[in-house]
Design a protein around this ligand. Structure first.
Ligand code: UN1
Length: 481
């Protein structure tokens, strides 16, 4: 059976289908998913445009109830949805269930935000006139989501879009359509009018391109690579579309001499290697001061030796497979690049068999750690998006801060220290959108803003109450009393 697109309130076949394969076990086909073409997308845009006038002025209680219902069903089915997610993306069972839970909470949060969209009133500079500032929906929004968070990122774009009265076209990553399809199926039963929410699956170069160039789509929110993000920004500028981009990271994790060693090792291992390093918030540069460096490298290697790489669905797996053949090749090629640049491969970085004994063949790789690397190397500057980290040795906090900021990215940045002085200084002077003190750079809350600076993000922040900036447009109304 094919899992179809959801367009104008109907489940419709595409022009072809694509098989969704489990990266832990390449013999396991999760299902066939419809692939739309430009015509399918056009039908979705027409349906969304037709639904917009009524939906954009609909009652906030009905919107809130629908989002709450979606959130409740996701939470009630979190184990099953988490398992599907782990099966198609390769993160472990606990990570999959955690992500599904996060998606449920996001819908619940935005169910509340529907009711909290406020405005401002000010006196005019001209006597006898009042000024009201209100927020209105943007229109038809195109949401393009990545493969590494197959349900949470669709949730954190779809929920605010709907909460504030927009009509939605969701295009999930081609690699992981299953979780987005399951989410769409839940949304299809939440009582939204036909055309308010549409799911259009297919490759980025077909559907994504058609979305950014479609005159009927008013805004695009994208999470993915910096290369694709740059092209989307260009197309949106040309077409005068509102755009929000969340792209890569090359997130620094500073470890100072005064850090709690065990804590610093644990949070570095977590954010560099867990979720197979496939998070834009992962730490890939571990910046370590001189005195703690030898003990840190040794302790991190010991910690890494205990990491079990294996089938995402098996109990006891710490790190599942890399998500795809293409990504695996990229990760392994960066290991070679690092070696050729003269960094010392202290551990891992090899394609391995599944450790959990199922005998399944998948895209498994041992987490890789480079020591003796320098800030100018490609492995220090380019996002790898896999379980690969390198250590940069620095003499003191000042050099650590300069090294942390010496990157084209600026998403998340961490510091491990017991010094209030350095922690406070770093919070102010880190050139990142999110700063973590004695916490992993990855793993964020859903009710506060998410986003970065420099090459990591473009446009307004996502999540929390800040999500209204992108998903609404401001109106200033003057009234003569
Ligand atoms: C997290 O670290 O909890 O694509 C979230 C990503 C990010 C989300 C990270 N947009 O990895």
């Amino acid at each position: 059976m094919t899992n179809n697109n959801f367009i104008g309130g109907q489940w419709l076949a595409g022009s072809s289908t694509s098989a969704n394969i489990n990266p832990s076990n390449l013999a396991d086909v999760i299902g066939d998913y419809a692939q739309a073409d430009a015509e399918g997308l056009n039908a979705a845009v027409l349906a969304a445009q037709a639904a917009f006038p009524a939906w954009s002025t609909s009652g906030i209680q009905a919107r809130s109830d629908a989002l709450d219902k979606i959130g409740s069903e996701i939470l009630a089915r979190r184990e099953e949805l988490g398992m599907l997610l782990s099966r198609e993306e390769g993160k472990t069972r606990p990570e999959g269930i955690g992500e599904a839970t996060r998606a449920g909470h996001i819908f619940k949060f935005f169910a509340g935000e529907c009711l909290r969209l406020g405005g401002e009133t000010l006196p005019s500079v001209r006597p006898g006139i009042g000024v009201e500032i209100t927020r209105e929906p943007v229109g038809v929004v195109g949401l393009i989501t990545p493969w590494n968070f197959p349900i949470a990122i669709p949730a954190w774009k779809v929920a605010p879009a709907l909460a504030f009265g927009n009509c939605v076209i969701l295009k999930p990553a081609d690699l992981v359509p299953g979780s987005a399809w399951a989410l769409a199926e839940i949304i299809s039963r939440a009582g939204l009018p036909a055309g308010v929410f549409n799911l259009v699956m297919g490759p980025g170069r077909v559907i994504g391109d058609a979305m950014v160039n479609h005159a009927g789509i008013n805004a695009i929110s994208f999470t993915g690579s910096v290369g694709v993000g740059g092209r989307i920004a260009e197309a949106c500028a040309k077409n005068l579309k509102k755009v929000q981009l969340e792209m890569g990271g090359k997130n620094p994790q500073i470890v100072l001499d005064d850090a709690d060693l065990a804590q610093a090792v644990e949070l570095s291992a977590q954010s560099a290697f867990y979720s197979t390093g496939q998070r834009c918030t992962a730490s890939s540069r571990l910046i370590v001061t001189d005195k703690i460096y030898p003990a840190f490298v040794k302790a991190l290697q010991e910690r890494m030796a205990r990491i079990k790489v294996g089938d995402a669905l098996a109990a006891g797996t710490d790190i599942g497979p890399v998500s795809s053949q293409v990504q695996l090749e990229q990760d392994l090629s960066y290991v070679e690049i690092g070696k050729a640049e003269g960094a010392v491969l202290a551990m891992g970085g090899k394609r391995v068999a599944c450790h959990t004994g199922s005998g399944a063949v998948g895209y498994f790789m041992s987490p890789a750690l480079f020591s003796e690397s320098s800030a100018s190397m490609r492995i220090s500057r380019e996002e790898i998006f896999g379980p690969v980290a390198n250590i940069l040795r620095v003499k003191d906090y000042e050099e650590a801060l300069a090294t942390a900021n010496d990157t084209p990215f600026g998403l998340s940045a961490g510091i491990a220290t017991t010094s209030l002085k350095y922690a406070t200084h770093f919070k102010r002077h880190s050139q990142a959108g999110m700063v973590m003190v004695n916490l992993p750079t990855a793993g964020v809350d859903y009710h506060v803003p998410f986003g970065g600076r420099k090459g990591s993000s473009y446009g307004p922040r996502e999540q929390g109450k800040y999500a209204q900036e992108f998903f609404t447009t401001v109106k200033t109304a003057y009234t003569l009393a």
